[in-house]
Design a protein around this ligand. Structure first.
Ligand code: FES
Ligand code: FES
Length: 174
């Protein structure tokens, strides 16, 4: 068996049709970063534990380190580079700026794509729901309260903090 045999795949990445010849063992994350030159998507753990590599596939959020590129043949992939419309930031990007929802920024592309997927899922009704449903995205800088607030802002959902947890104070695990 030739481990380096390449397979042709077609992906629709951020609205563009892209063709690749790729070995069967290449993850979607590595294809995006190393072969599509889309380095906005980050590699944190490479084991499905941190969420830094989150992208949208056909509108659903996935950890791109946990899927092989060949498995996504024919699908539409949206990375953080595809969220804005030209010069117009995605509402989540704007809210992250307004709520100061990042420090080093390493987790931010994954947080943004995860939040976009969360909105598509339509499950979150409260701020606590947002925290729970974003819990797969870790932030070593501890910007969780601000991240949750930015998502709550965009979703326009009920804020159930009830005055007990000001979002501007220390890190709170999501
Ligand atoms: S790099 Fe994929 S979950 Fe951490
Ligand atoms: S902003 Fe630094 S890891 Fe989240």
């Amino acid at each position: 068996m030739d481990l380096y045999q390449q397979y042709p795949i077609l992906l629709h990445i951020n609205g563009q049709e892209r063709r690749f010849e790729v070995e069967s063992w290449v993850t979607l994350l590595d294809l995006l970063r190393e072969r599509a030159a889309l380095t906005g998507t980050k590699k944190g753990c490479d084991h499905g534990q941190c969420g830094a590599c989150t992208v949208l596939v056909d509108g659903r959020r996935i950890n791109s380190c946990l899927t092989l590129a060949v498995m996504q043949d024919g699908r539409a992939v949206t990375t953080v580079e595809g969220l804005a419309q030209g010069e117009q930031l995605h509402p989540l990007q704007q809210a992250f700026i307004e709520r100061d929802a990042f420090q080093c920024g390493y987790c931010t592309p994954g947080q943004l794509c995860s939040a976009a997927g969360l909105i598509n899922e339509g499950q979150a009704k409260t701020r606590d729901d947002v925290r729970e449903l974003m819990s797969g995205n870790l932030c070593r800088c501890g910007a969780y309260p601000q991240i949750a607030q930015a998502v709550v802002d965009v979703m326009g959902i009920r804020d159930d903090r009830d005055g007990k947890e000001p979002f501007t104070t220390g890190p709170v695990l999501a």
